[in-house]
Design a protein around this ligand. Sequence first.
Ligand code: COA
Ligand code: MG
Length: 316
Amino acid sequence: MLAHPAEPGQKGDMNTPFRNHPLRPRRSLLSVPASNARALEKSSTLACDGIIFDLEDSVAPESKAAARGALTRHFADIDRASPVERIIRINSLSGSDGPADLEAVLACGPDAVLLPKVCEPQDVLAVADWFAEQGADDSPRLWAMIETPSAALNLAAIAEAGRTSGGRLDCLVVGLNDLRLATGIADVPGRPFLVPFLMQVVVAARASGLDVIDSVHNGFTDLGAFSAECEQGRQMGFDGKMLIHPAQIEPANRAYGVQDAAADEARAIVSAFARPENTGKGAVNLDGRMVERLHLDQAERLLAKVELIARKENRT
Ligand code: COA
Ligand code: MG
């Protein structure tokens, strides 16, 4: 069988190996309730990689319309040149708020829309079709919350919908609060009963070239426990974490950033392959260890991330 033309896991252009979309740091994605004026104002001053403006779970039903209005006014004033990614989480399209939220999205022009409680591919395809009908170009991108038992069963098909929705799906975001509520899985340190599910989400995302973001951690005053969970998520392969409080930004940026030692190692791999004697070699000896061209791809991606983070931090 012929490989899919944009097969994830095959080397794409230099900036996008293993992904369908350009590399963006997504270490820290802070959820900001659109109904909270102080939080909205404060969000513009924070060092997170992305802001998820929330119209869903954190906004009470009677405040939904006011939150949409506040968000539209907020977007009218934002600095469009800022490198911070802006995502709007809408309500379910089965109620009356979801469609009104989508109209607000058109007015706001965020980078992405986060779809709540995605259960099957159709939930993504329907929104992609709607944007196409509105004449939207590649923007906004779509992100999907993976937070229901049905999503857990349909993971591969949902991730694959990213290709068939004109490649508009960029990211899966795990939502453990809803999943725990729906299943009864206990909230215990180390998340032992959830690790198999979390790994399935990572693998499904990668199989379709998507980024993947770990769930919020509710205890925002215990930064030790939060950092441990970030480290666990990083080791599982997540790109970053969804956050609920500004205090969580710095530890998430640290855990999902690039350690100096890892950057040095990546530079050493790049220089090893650049040496004339290694031209055309698939594997080389680097200080007594084998490194292959796949490590070169990984090293180049890591260094591209270092550069993007440095560019962002020099600006803020
Ligand atoms: N975004 C932006 N600013 C936030 C914030 C957020 N998510 N959470 C807190 N802040 C701000 C507060 O406005 C306050 O600012 P100020 O001191 O400069 O006025 C400061 O951070 C300290 O806040 P604190 O008093 O520690 O928290 P709180 O008791 O006001 O709020 C929560 C605690 C959990 C209710 C609040 O953090 C929150 O609403 N988080 C997001 C919830 C959410 O989005 N849920 C949906 C996703 S699961
Ligand atoms: Mg939820």
